[in-house]
Design a protein around this ligand. Structure first.
Ligand code: 4FV
Length: 232
């Protein structure tokens, strides 16, 4: 997969993609990331890319011209163009799995109050939000999307089952995890995990995952096709 990230701050991305699984995934050629500075497509020689909002109001807006030219400089047949913004559909594991199937993703990182609506209508395939809060710029959102999506690219995660057993794979949380020592400051590991009965272990993990999901995110259980778990 190829990923083109369009932003005003390519330097913002120094680091997150250069360590651990993302670095290994890139080094192994599972995906490649390129950066384009929208300012290179500025309207004029003094690099102007923003202007005051029509209709007044605080802040500035990213001009349509530089953004459109930046997108068209990397766009090709089969490209999926995504704008990261608080007005997008919420990023989910399911969406990450879907995005991981594209050959070419173009990620547009917003800045200022946002981008002129006309270039969104002309060039954007979908708008995605990483959460109901406002960032200083969209670069952080692009890092979150790439990180969560890359795990679905075959070969990026060492143990493919790890992705299948992830939180949200079945629409609910993952189960609690335990490792050595068996006794930590007087706290024991649940005996079922030491009993070696894998059917019992699977059942216990499912029940624990649902219990915490019901307590913390009951909304996740509403999606399920069976009766919500009632906590006594
Ligand atoms: C955001 C989000 C986000 C809005 C103003 C960048 C900022 C500035 N992007 N999910 N939440 N973007 O807050 O994706 O343009």
């Amino acid at each position: 997969m190829e990923i083109d990230i369009l932003s005003l701050f390519p330097d913002y991305f120094r680091g997150p993609f250069d360590v651990s699984m993302l670095k290994r995934g890139r080094d192994m050629g599972h995906f490649d990331i390129r950066h384009t500075n929208i300012r290179d497509f500025a309207e004029n020689k003094n690099g102007r890319v923003d202007d005051r909002p029509f209709g007044g109001g605080p802040g500035m807006v990213l001009c349509p011209g530089p953004v459109a030219r930046a997108i068209r400089s990397v766009k090709k047949p089969g490209s999926r163009v995504i704008y990261l913004s608080p007005q997008g559909s919420l990023l989910t594991a399911a969406k990450c799995g879907e995005l991981a199937k594209y050959e070419h993703l173009i990620l547009l990182c917003g800045h200022y109050e946002g981008v002129d609506e006309r270039v969104l209508q002309k060039e954007i395939d979908e708008e995605i939000s990483i959460g109901d809060y406002v960032l200083t710029n969209g670069c952080a959102a692009a890092i979150v999307l790439v990180d969560a999506m890359a795990r679905f690219i075959p070969g990026v995660i060492g143990h493919p089952d790890a992705v299948q057993e992830d939180s949200f794979q079945e629409g609910i949380f993952d189960s609690p995890h335990y490792t050595r020592p068996e006794n930590f400051e007087g706290m024991e590991v649940p005996p079922v995990l030491l009993g070696g009965n894998h059917a019992e272990i699977r059942k216990w993990r499912k029940a624990e995952a649902r219990k915490k999901t019901a307590r913390v995110r009951p909304d996740l259980l509403l999606g399920e096709h069976c009766e919500p778990l009632t906590i006594h």
